[in-house]
Design a protein around this ligand. Structure first.
Ligand code: NAD
Ligand code: UGA
Length: 464
């Protein structure tokens, strides 16, 4: 079978950009991205896409209406597709068995049942969402238990490695594409068919094929390794603050060893994002279920250290402000979980803001890309607070950094947006309350210059 039509279930941060790039690079394949949410699909079909991602607008503009379509007509799209990506969300369970750790596979199961209900011809079903090892077996069981006569399914694992903020570059110049399939002639044929799609732009040597379970586990492992590097350097940032060593210098020296490498060693306020914590918790739960408590405890420490880092930073803010922030105006610069995205999922800024609000602070928040309502939502939804009205009263969202800092006792930098590096800090010093405090949670500011202007400055991994 030559793949002529692709359907993607889930028009989120993964489904949208991934399929847009497939459409760009494979002009002869019709790609339809579907979602249950009409609002999301309408946004994909509008001038203001539902996610901010550098380079994405141009790709969508070039392909939309040509061979790229966004639709809520899931039935039509499944019926015509040769290959179906499942890119639905796989959040951590919030209730029941495994609550707080296990992946909630209800959307994966829902997608598999939709395909089983609708499909009337052979399909290659590709698990793109991040899932626990053996999740493909669930999809397989559902599909094969509901197969219509003459319909055959092949299930592949093809995890996604893009990072938000660099998704388009990550997809166009992927270091590796991973495809796992069954070790049967039909399974291997399906693997080759998906390889063919990627070979339109990815060199064959960068396409790795494995068995299904290795592919599923490799995705969890990759995220766990990345997060572990951040927790490792963050643990050392505490040692630096206590001793006078500088964590940036330590990272530079350690990273120069080519066996370790320089990337992903930026000490910070803690990692955020929708996946690191979720995927490690998933690995921990899996290890526990496999009766491997030592393995679970090892990875648990990566998450615990991250919580410690967020707490340590926030405690430093409060203690520096004479151990009371009640009724004090505090400017928060940056709310997304990293620069170049409007995504706030698991952003460390949420923990910082929530703790300061609990202490009675008045927060003045500015982020260049996060929607105002999203900030209110993150700080006032029931899992965060049982006093949503109070939260709204104590938050003000600003259109510029300058208006957020006016009259503030402290400036707390939570996201490393480039524009924060070039603000006029002399002007900011003038309009802030004195003593004026800066807490740089991302180590991006010129601390010497700030100290010379009269600021009290604290950062991560360096005593000033
Ligand atoms: P998301 O929440 O942005 O998007 C998921 C979408 O799926 C939602 O719009 C939802 O409405 C839709 N959906 C759910 N069930 C559906 C169904 N049956 N039919 C059609 N649509 C359905 O999630 P995301 O960030 O794109 O992540 C998706 C998966 O990819 C997750 O497993 C995640 O771990 C993984 N992943 C995410 C990233 C990332 O950077 N966000 C990177 C790599 C992997
Ligand atoms: C991460 C991985 O990098 C992707 O490969 C993966 O596909 C994705 O998760 C996923 O599975 O969802 P993402 O979360 O989008 O991508 O962004 P990262 O660049 O990895 O940053 C994650 C968090 O770690 C951010 O809060 C960032 O600020 C923080 N970070 C990153 C540090 O604190 N220090 C660093 O050195 C690097």
């Amino acid at each position: 079978m030559v793949i002529e039509k692709i359907c993607c279930l889930g028009a989120g941060y993964v489904g949208g950009p991934t399929c847009s790039v497939i459409a760009l690079k494979c002009p002869n394949i019709k790609v339809t991205v579907c979602d249950k949410s009409l609002e999301r699909i309408n946004q994909w079909n509008s001038d203001k896409l539902p996610i901010y991602e550098p380079g994405l607008d141009e790709v969508v503009k070039q392909c939309r209406g040509r061979n790229l379509f966004f639709s809520t007509d899931i039935e039509a799209s499944i019926l015509e597709a040769d290959l179906i990506f499942i890119s639905v969300n796989t959040p951590t369970k919030t209730i029941g068995n495994g609550k707080g750790r296990a992946a909630d596979l209800k959307y994966i199961e829902g997608a598999a049942r939709m395909i089983a209900d609708i499909a009337t011809s052979n399909k290659i079903v590709v698990e793109k969402s991040t899932v626990p090892v053996k999740a493909a077996e669930i999809i397989m069981k559902i599909l094969r238990a509901n197969t219509k006569p003459g319909v055959e399914y092949q299930i592949l694992s093809n995890p996604e490695f893009l990072a938000e903020g660099t998704a388009i570059v990550d997809l166009v110049e992927a270091e590796r594409v991973l495809i796992g399939g069954e070790d049967t002639p039909e399974g291997q044929k399906a693997v080759q068919e998906l390889c063919w799609v990627y070979e339109h732009w990815i060199p064959a040597k960068n396409i790795l094929t494995t068995n299904t379970w290795s592919s599923e586990l490799s995705k969890l492992a990759a995220n766990a390794f990345l997060a572990q590097r951040i927790s490792s350097i963050n643990s050392l940032s505490a040692v630096c603050e206590a001793t006078g060593a500088d964590v940036s210098e330590v990272a530079r020296a350690v990273g120069r060893d080519s066996r370790i490498g320089p990337k992903f060693l930026e000490a910070s306020i803690g990692f955020g994002g929708s996946c690191f914590q979720k995927d490690i918790l998933n690995l921990i739960y899996l290890s526990e279920c496999l009766n491997l408590p030592e393995v679970a405890a090892y990875w648990q420490q990566v998450v615990s250290l991250n919580d410690y880092q967020k707490t340590r930073f926030t405690r430093k803010v409060i203690e520096s402000l004479f151990n009371t922030v009640a009724d004090k105006k505090i400017a928060i610069l940056g709310f997304s979980f990293k620069k170049n995205t409007g995504d706030t999922r698991e952003s460390p800024a949420i923990y910082v803001c929530k703790t300061l609000l609990d202490e009675g602070a008045k927060l003045h928040i500015y982020d260049p890309k996060v929607e105002h309502e999203q900030i209110f939502y993150e700080l006032s939804h029931p899992l965060v607070t049982n006093e949503p009205e109070n939260v709204r009263k104590n938050i003000q969202i600003h259109e510029t950094a300058y208006s957020a800092v006016a009259g503030a006792h402290a400036l707390v930098l939570c996201t490393e947006w480039d524009e924060f590096k070039t603000l006029d800090y002399k002007k900011i010093y003038e309009v802030m309350m004195k003593p004026a405090y800066v807490f740089d949670g991302r180590k991006i500011l010129d601390h010497e210059a700030l100290l010379n202007m009269g600021f009290h400055v604290q950062t991560i991994g360096k005593r000033l």
